[in-house]
Structures are given as C-alpha cells and as structure tokens.
Design a protein around this ligand. Structure first.
Ligand code: HEM
Length: 285
C-alpha cells in the first residue's frame, strides 16, 4: 500500500554517494556537465554537520556532482513533513497547558530539575542535553497525551497497490483506498478506557513515573509500520526543548480563560482562529 498523501515529487531513486560519510579534502570544482547537476565544493561542505550540509553530502557523488532533484525532494519532504505537524502539535500542547495549569506547573518543575539552575534562558537552553531531555518523562507524557487527543494528522489514508488481505481478514482490491483516523482512535473508550476524552498525562507513566510507550498501532499519531514518521524522535526533541524552556520561564494562560477552541479541518489539525494566550515571566532569581 502507498500513502494517499502527496509525497511531493520523490520519484528519483535514492542516490547514495559511495562511501557516504567519508570525508574528502578535495576542493576543486568546475561548472555542471549534466543539466540539473553541478559540481560542488566538497571541501567547504564536509566541514559542516548541519542538516542541509548532510543532505548535500548525501546527494553529492565522489566526483562532486550534486543530484539537485533528489536534494530538492529531500528538503521539501523535511520542510513539509517536519514543520506543520510539529507546529500544530505545539499549539494544541499550549492550549492543554492553559486548560490544565497543574500539568503546566509539574512540567515547569521537571524542567527546572533537568536543566541548569540559572536565570539565563540561553544558559538553560544550552543545558538541555540529550540526557537532560531523556529525564523529562512527564513532559514526554504530556506531549504524547496532546497528540493522542489532537493528532497533527487527524485522518490519513493508504491506497492499495494490489489485491491484498488485511490482518483482520478484510480483503481489499487494487486501487481501493483505506482510511484510518488517529483523531477518532485517540478518543475511543475501547482503546483508552472510560476517561478517553480526559487529558491525563499520567496514563503514559508507570508507578516510577517513567514513560511507557504504547503500540504505534494503538497510538497512531505518527503512523505505524515501515512508513512510520521518520522524524518522530526529532519532533519529540524539538517539542521538548521548546516546551521546557517556555514553561521554565513563563506561566501561560488563555486571554479568555473560559474560551474553548475548535479545530479547523485541513490536512493537519489547526486551531481555528488561532490561540490567544498570555505569557508571564516567572521571575526566576
Ligand atoms: C509532532 C510532529 C509530527 C507528527 C505528529 C508526524 C506525523 C507523521 C505521520 C502521521 C506520517 C505518515 C504520513 C503518511 O501516511 O504519509 C509522517 C511521515 C513522515 N514524517 Fe512526520 N510527523 C511529525 C514530525 C516530523 C518531523 C519533525 C519530521 C522531520 C524532521 C518528519 C518527517 C516525516 C517524514 C520524512 C515522513 C515520511 C515517512 C515515509 O513515508 O516513509 N515528521 N509523519
């Protein structure tokens, strides 16, 4: 089965540079010999470790030719797949923080314990190492609970390449489209119990307060199986850093505390009319 969502124009087969990751010191470069491909100064690239440099490296042959089409596809994929779902998830997370101030306080305390004791936002951000982020089980649970109730992709579909039988015995024919609905699944009492509709990060924690993952076939916000979201871990890291810094230094509240927001039906789950909140400095000394 293939995804029913547009995958951009990723038609070019992945072209891995032979010995990818090897570091060349060649600096010579000339103009393109093949349309769409140009020689690149490999010496300036290999000294950098940022994402774009890595993409360029992965699409550059040993001869210094860049496969620009493949490079464009990779960048578009990351920009489209990586930006909107994370931004949407964070907006709903902030909404949940405003609606559940006690959860907000717990996360603030957890962030304070995990990072450096400092009143400098920059120093605190820098102290959020991989190890510090891994300590924040409650924040991880709160983000996951947000995605359970407000999955960035509320509805997703797959199209059958050929006749097939699904694991539950249903047969599907070539060209059939099958939908699964993370939004509905995240609210099913049959899956999550009677309080399925309640925002309760604790449901993701064991008695020692450690995060307990669920099967991705039950918690489907990132999809499951071989095409599970490639950026899942990256997204958690990004969201945890953002949330930890924000809640460590600010208290969030809705401008109108009784306001309930609605979603807007798009590919990703947006907050209709945006989220109007205030952020008050915590006054850390
Ligand atoms: C909260 C954040 C995110 C959520 C909820 C999310 C969710 C998803 C879902 C449901 C899919 C499957 C879509 C389909 O059926 O076609 C997917 C695919 C994908 N995601 Fe994410 N995503 C998130 C963040 C990110 C980030 C930050 C990146 C990259 C840095 C990323 C990269 C990708 C890629 C490359 C795919 C395609 C994987 C494939 O088809 O093999 N995602 N994501």
């Amino acid at each position: 089965m293939r995804s029913g969502r547009c995958r951009g124009s990723s038609t070019s087969a992945p072209r891995r540079r032979s010995g990818a990751g090897s570091r060349s010191s060649t600096s010579s470069c000339t103009s393109a010999s093949v349309p769409g491909r140009r020689r690149y100064r490999t010496a300036t690239l290999v000294s950098k470790d940022d994402l774009l440099s890595r993409f360029i490296q992965a699409t550059t042959s040993d001869a210094g030719e860049v496969d620009y089409k493949h490079l464009r596809d990779m960048i578009l994929n990351i920009v489209m797949a990586g930006k909107d779902p994370t931004a949407g998830a964070l907006a709903w997370f902030l909404y949940m923080m405003c609606k559940h101030p006690e959860v907000q306080e717990k996360i603030s305390e957890e962030a304070a314990d995990a990072g450096e004791a400092t009143s400098s936002i920059d120093d605190f951000s820098r102290s959020l190492t991989e190890e510090a982020l891994n300590k924040m089980h409650y924040l991880h649970a709160a983000l996951t609970e947000t995605l359970r109730l407000y999955p960035s992709l509320p509805l997703d579909n797959k199209e059958c390449f050929s006749d097939d039988i699904l694991p539950n015995g249903f047969s599907v024919g070539k060209g059939d489209i099958v939908f699964y609905a993370p939004y509905a699944m995240g609210r099913m009492e049959r899956l999550w119990g009677e309080d399925a509709i309640v925002f309760r990060p604790e449901r993701w924690l064991n008695e020692r307060g450690e995060f307990l993952p669920e099967s991705p076939f039950k918690f489907t916000a990132f999809q499951a199986g071989p095409r599970i979201c490639l950026g899942k871990e990256f997204a958690y890291r990004q969201m945890k850093i953002f949330a930890a810094v924000l809640l460590r230094f600010f208290v969030l509240a809705l401008c109108d505390k009784d306001e309930s927001v609605n979603y807007r039906t798009m590919i990703t789950l947006y907050i209709d009319q945006g989220l109007h909140l205030t952020a008050t400095a915590r006054g850390i000394v």
